[in-house]
Design a protein around this ligand. Structure first.
Ligand SMILES: Nc1ncnc2c1ncn2[C@@H]1O[C@H](COP(=O)(O)OP(=O)(O)O)[C@@H](O)[C@H]1O
Ligand SMILES: [Mg+2]
Length: 327
């Protein structure tokens, strides 16, 4: 398994063009998404409130059909809310023209979907460079950034291969490089490890975690508790609403959509990290979950974990050959 380099920091925005670091990157307020009408009407999200700050990785869990993918597509501006507001870096997505929305998506948002959506006719490097070029970055610069992003995910040597010349896991890494290339502030991952073996899944989680530690905000849809263990908190959805969450930040907005609150409300860096439950809450019982004991809940990318001796390490990712060697 190839080792993963630390991610490049997103370039700091020029002074005055970006909200203060403490401002949320993603804010969803009273977001409802209704499909269709009449007897076939489906309410995919109902009155959802969610705030994600720089540095936070939030896992989204819940049964199939609970609205997880809808949440991500709305957060990413791929779909618009029926009512309510979605703000990315303080900009209300609902108020943007299609062109401005597309530009914001390319510049600020990174997606990792289970369907990789790589362009078959483009090489790995071209796939990764594409969003940068679309955003006006010169071809050579975009290529350089793309190769660096591929190196970050351990597949620099595949830069000139086409998707059908790569394994599923390699394609997934390329898709992740494409989502993380450039100064993306909000990274959205919808079951990004679905097609991956456990070791590679662990690396994907490590990359997402590292990008968030470098200042991005992340939303991760996952069914696996061991992956949720990399998150700062977990939001459980059912029928389009948040039915529970762990380790919530103290902002009032974040509490509006939750039926339970926890005293560990601080977003300060010394707060007790979320410790994953050892069993997946399962599709029908997203019931109350609380932050576990005060042991570290996840390895910190900046401080390599001792692997087997880390009591809070997410299960199943510890078999990676890169453990302890990737930082
Ligand atoms: N384009 C659509 N048209 C009609 N219903 C939809 C559409 N997209 C999603 N839904 C419905 O909205 C609900 C939430 O879907 P989704 O967000 O995909 O859930 P999840 O990702 O949690 O499985 C489901 O009942 C789904 O069938
Ligand atoms: Mg889904």
């Amino acid at each position: 398994m190839t080792s993963i380099a630390p991610p490049r920091m997103p370039e700091p925005a020029p002074p005055g063009t970006s909200p203060p670091a403490s401002a949320p990157i993603l804010r969803m307020r009273g977001v409802t998404r209704v499909h269709g009408g009449g007897v076939t009407q489906v309410v995919a999200l109902r009155g959802l409130d969610l705030v994600v700050h720089p540095g936070e990785l939030v896992a989204v869990m819940g049964p199939s059909g609970s609205g997880k993918s809808t949440l991500l597509t709305l957060a990413g501006g791929l779909d618009l809310a029926t009512s309510g507001d979605v703000f990315v870096d303080g900009t209300a997505l609902g108020g943007l023209s299609a062109r401005a929305l597309a530009a914001l998506r390319r510049r600020s948002l990174g997606y990792v979907f289970q369907d990789l959506n790589l362009v078959p006719a483009l090489t790995a490097a071209e796939n990764v460079a594409l969003p940068r070029e679309l955003d006006g970055v010169a071809t050579r610069t975009a290529r350089r950034e793309a190769v660096a992003a591929l190196a970050d995910v351990g597949v620099a040597d595949l830069a000139d291969r086409f998707p059908d010349q790569m394994s599923g896991g390699q394609q997934q890494r390329v898709a992740i490089a494409r989502a993380l290339v450039g100064p993306r502030r909000l990274v959205l991952a919808d079951e990004p490890t679905g097609a991956l073996d456990s070791a590679t899944s662990g690396e994907v989680m490590r990359m997402l975690r590292a990008r968030c530690d470098a200042g991005a905000a992340g939303l991760l849809v996952t069914h696996e508790a061991r992956h949720a263990g990399w998150a700062d908190r977990v939001v459980f959805l059912r029928d389009g609403t948040v039915v529970d969450s762990t380790g919530e930040p103290s902002t009032p907005e974040s509490l509006l959509g939750s039926t339970s609150t926890h005293p560990h409300g601080s977003r300060s860096s010394d707060r007790p990290p979320f410790v994953p439950r050892r069993t997946n809450p399962g599709p029908s019982s997203p019931g109350p979950s609380s932050p576990g004991p005060s042991s570290p809940g996840r390895p910190s990318p900046g401080r390599p974990s001792p692997g087997a001796t880390d009591p809070g390490r997410p299960d199943g990712d510890s078999g990676s050959a890169t453990d302890g060697a990737d930082r």
